[in-house]
Design a protein around this ligand. Structure first.
Ligand code: SF4
Ligand code: SF4
Length: 452
């Protein structure tokens, strides 16, 4: 089998050995959750519960109308203690619903099972939305929107690239739940009427391949004629980015400002596929997720499933993981390249939290920026074919229109450019701020136009 990849990218030290061999644990002994109300990419939703209400696990606790919304569910049974702003993993404050476990309050409030292969497409999309499923590997795009493309889909890609260093939860999911990954892929193919499904796995996770292939060959969906296969990819960062993965697999490029459906693709993270299986088979909404906790200052690396809203500080206090406070220099939500550094770890796990890293001194790069030396390394490494150094100049000089013209909105914030930059330029931070400003400018222009 030919091993595929994309142009550009980097090979950072993988650092997956600390947790890659550890089976996924389930940590349910959580007495309190702090559930961010708006974890999805889209319009905000509103709480449906008040302080003092008793809730079951799986009960809907926030929702709103709107295409780009998903509801939110209680991840433990208990009593609503507070609804208030709390610090989130994006370093902003956002409304959170605090639930405390209470004796005598228990039970699940799940939906009835639904057969994804006999129900209508509308019923299937409604189920995915009602389960509160978002893309668990990235920006939190509502899954029901992704599953209703306005263009024909030729291939569904199960994203098992997991290219960020340290993170191993997707690898463990493919090793421990290959049947669910395959079933989730088949469900997605059924919903979007795709003739082919491909599970993309990087070479450094090769041990998952025979397990996935066996699951495909023994799947009733294969016997029913669905075409699924595993594709091995060369290990390279940021291959897990949708655009990179599509190019690597199909040779097609998602156009600037476009979506995967523009080239006939739908990409779903393997964790999202498992969540979809649970939503149909068990009627279970997205109330828990697996993540990797690792890093040089982590004394007990784990792959662990926890309720959404569990505070990482509570996981440490309960012994699910351990931190070496003396050597701890940085806490990151996500991977080391795309993740966000946070000031402490009293922060809740969200639906799209794939990992939490406790990094030690030797793992933290110097923060002082130096002037750009125009070496061009960032340009050669960028898988999106952008010119990061030029983008940074445009943003620094406040020329956001120029930044837009040279592709700012196509940047996937993968951090590859910053990783290779010898001047330690804080490129991704600049791009994040630049995008924010550009979106505000565009919004204001739209409002002014509408007012005319
Ligand atoms: S410019 Fe954006 S897409 Fe390109 S390497 Fe930098 S962060 Fe990644
Ligand atoms: S890698 Fe850094 S120093 Fe080199 S051109 Fe890009 S921004 Fe400048």
């Amino acid at each position: 089998m030919a091993i595929k990849t994309f142009r550009g990218g980097v090979h950072p030290p993988e650092k997956k050995d600390r947790s890659g061999g550890l089976a996924i644990e389930r940590w349910c002994d959580i007495k309190q959750v702090v559930i961010p109300v708006n974890q999805h990419f889209g319009e905000p939703i509103q709480p449906l519960v008040g302080v003092g209400d008793m809730v079951k696990r799986g009960q809907k606790i926030a929702d709103a109308d709107g295409r780009m919304t998903v509801p939110l569910h209680a991840s433990i049974a208990g009593v609503i203690k507070k609804i208030e702003p709390r610090a989130l993993s994006n370093n902003l404050e956002g409304p959170c619903i605090v639930i405390e476990a209470q004796e005598g309050v228990s039970g699940d409030d799940f939906m009835a099972p639904l057969d994804a292969f006999t129900c209508s497409k509308d019923e299937a999309l409604a189920r995915v939305r009602e389960a509160g499923i978002i893309g668990m590997g990235g920006a939190g795009f509502p899954a029901q929107v992704k599953l209703a493309p306005s263009k024909p889909i030729s291939v569904v890609i199960a994203n098992g690239a997991e290219c960020e260093p340290y993170l191993t939860i997707d690898e463990r999911t493919m090793i421990e739940r290959p049947e669910d990954v395959v079933e989730g892929l088949a469900i997605t193919m059924k919903i979007v009427s795709a003739p082919e499904g491909v599970i993309a796995v990087e070479q450094n996770k090769i041990r998952a391949v025979p397990l996935l292939e066996k699951a495909i060959s023994s799947s009733p969906r294969t016997r029913a004629g669905m075409k699924m296969r595993v594709q091995v990819m060369r290990t390279k960062y940021p291959q897990g980015g949708e655009k990179m993965l599509i190019t690597a697999l199909t040779g097609k490029e998602v156009p600037s400002g476009g979506l995967p459906m523009d080239v006939g693709c739908v990409v779903q993270n393997v964790g999202t596929l498992c969540a979809m299986v649970e939503a149909f088979r068990d009627g279970k909404p997205l109330i828990e997720r697996g993540l990797t906790i690792s890093g040089g200052a982590c004394k007990k690396p784990v792959n662990v499933i926890v309720p959404i809203g569990a505070l990482v500080s509570d996981l440490v206090a309960a012994g699910a993981t351990q931190v070496n406070e003396e050597s701890l220099r940085k806490v990151i939500f996500g991977g080391p390249l795309m993740g966000v550094a946070v000031p402490n770890y009293a922060i809740p796990v969200q639906k799209n939290t794939s990992g939490v890293l406790f990094l030690g001194k030797e793992e933290v790069r110097p923060a002082e920026e130096e002037p750009c030396i125009r070496c061009g390394r960032c340009m050669r490494a960028c898988g999106c074919r952008l010119s990061p150094a030029l983008l940074a100049v445009a943003i620094e000089t406040g020329d956001y229109r120029e930044a837009e013209k040279i592709g700012l909105l196509d940047c996937i914030e993968c951090g590859t450019c910053a990783y290779v930059c010898p001047a330690h330029r804080q490129l991704v931070q600049k791009f994040r701020v630049g995008k924010q400003v550009l979106r505000t400018i565009k919004q204001k222009e739209k409002e002014a136009q509408n007012a005319r």
